[in-house]
Design a protein around this ligand. Structure first.
Ligand code: DOR
Ligand code: ZN
Length: 358
């Protein structure tokens, strides 16, 4: 097989940023995907309908009219429930994004006490419940920073703790809410998905978490462009993700988590978390599929059908074509006025598929 034609993908999780960086990065997603869920961790965070509407307009202005952005509200401890419900009802918000406070880039406005999410009578509880009638979704950055007893968790254990201690409580408290576990990286999250995946729970998986394990991050010195959150885990976890994809489940889909950072913030004494994969999102997933032994139709379901079905969206009948050809994913994009303002691509040598553009 030298070419693959697949239904145009949907990116269920992407950081498009704002301003000049937005204008520089969004064309990459828009040329490969018909739509995407735009993450709300901007500065300031997106919490009002007016902010969400104007962000969607800025994305559309930069991407062109054929690309459909779906904007989430940022779940802060002060998110106004009425504003949120109105925004969901009117289509300004597609759902809400939970970040544990301090877990990742621009998460200082995230939820401080996660137990409020399953405690009746709290604003946080009501916000989650509101998504039921308005058909919104709750996207989860599935990590915890601290144990119940207040002990700080090791970065390699944060996701496991979330899927063993927190996620069951959340689903018990909110049985008919649609939750999506974002960018899962561990065997425990994969096991949780296998047991609970379906109408009310699904997961996104990034291409980079399928393509590397932590040996790659440390080989020959630290690789800052592979630093992301949740951190890349040891090989048995990467293999558990492969197995999950191989299972070809409707509750597993692509969310690139492409997250551009200026090189000065990656190659510095304090490396920002994020992998900029959008320029080759489809090719990176096609490579992962090839490594795993996933057939074309299973890849198409993962990239283009499963997330829209979960989110009750109808993908347009548009197709993309991939050609078999060996190439290296290397490069950078400039943005801003200075030639030193640039973002490096996540570098991945020897990709076997390349998308054909008309
Ligand atoms: O690696 C990451 N980068 N993980 C996140 O959760 C946020 C993202 C970003 O915004 O840079
Ligand atoms: Zn993200």
């Amino acid at each position: 097989m030298d070419t693959m034609k697949i239904l145009k993908p949907f990116d269920a999780h992407v950081h498009l940023r704002d301003g000049e960086l937005l204008r520089a990065v969004v064309p990459f997603t828009a040329r490969q995907c018909w739509g995407a869920i735009a993450e709300p961790n901007l500065k300031p965070p997106i919490t009002t309908r007016a902010q969400a509407r104007s962000y969607a307009d800025r994305i559309t202005a930069a991407a062109g009219p054929d690309f459909v952005p779906f904007v989430l509200a940022y779940f802060t401890d002060t998110l106004d429930p009425q504003e949120f419900v109105d925004g969901l009802t009117e289509g300004d918000f597609f759902g809400v994004k939970f970040y544990p406070r301090g877990a990742t880039t621009n998460s200082e406005n995230g939820i401080e006490d996660v137990s409020l999410l399953w405690t009746r009578g709290t604003r946080q509880f009501d916000i989650i419940e509101a998504t039921k009638t308005t058909r919104g979704v709750v996207q989860l950055h599935g990590e915890a920073n601290f144990t119940k007893g207040g002990e700080e968790l090791d970065p390699y254990d944060k996701e496991t703790y979330f899927y063993t201690e927190i996620m069951p409580r959340l689903q018990d408290a909110h049985p008919q809410v649609k939750f999506s576990g974002e960018h899962i990286t561990t065997s425990e999250a994969a096991a949780y998905a296998r047991k609970n995946g379906g109408e009310y729970f699904g997961v996104s998986v990034t291409a980079h978490h399928l393509l590397i394990d932590r040996r790659d991050v440390y080989r020959g010195g630290y690789h800052p462009h592979s630093f992301c959150l949740p951190v890349v885990k040891r090989v048995r976890h990467t293999e558990a993700l492969h197995e999950l994809l191989y299972g070809d489940h409707s509750f597993v889909w692509a969310g690139s988590d492409s997250a551009p950072h200026d090189w000065k913030n990656k190659e510095s004494e304090c490396c920002s978390g994020g992998v900029f994969s959008a320029p080759a999102m489809v090719e990176l997933y096609a490579q992962a599929a090839e490594n795993i032994g996933l057939q074309k139709l299973a890849l198409e379901r993962f990239l283009s059908r499963n997330a829209p079905a979960f989110y009750t969206l109808t993908p347009p009948q548009e197709y993309i074509t991939l050609e078999k050809t060996l190439w290296d994913f290397l490069g950078h994009i400039e943005y801003g006025d200075s030639p030193t303002d640039y973002v490096r691509y996540w570098d991945y040598p020897e990709l076997k598929w390349r998308m054909k553009y008309d």
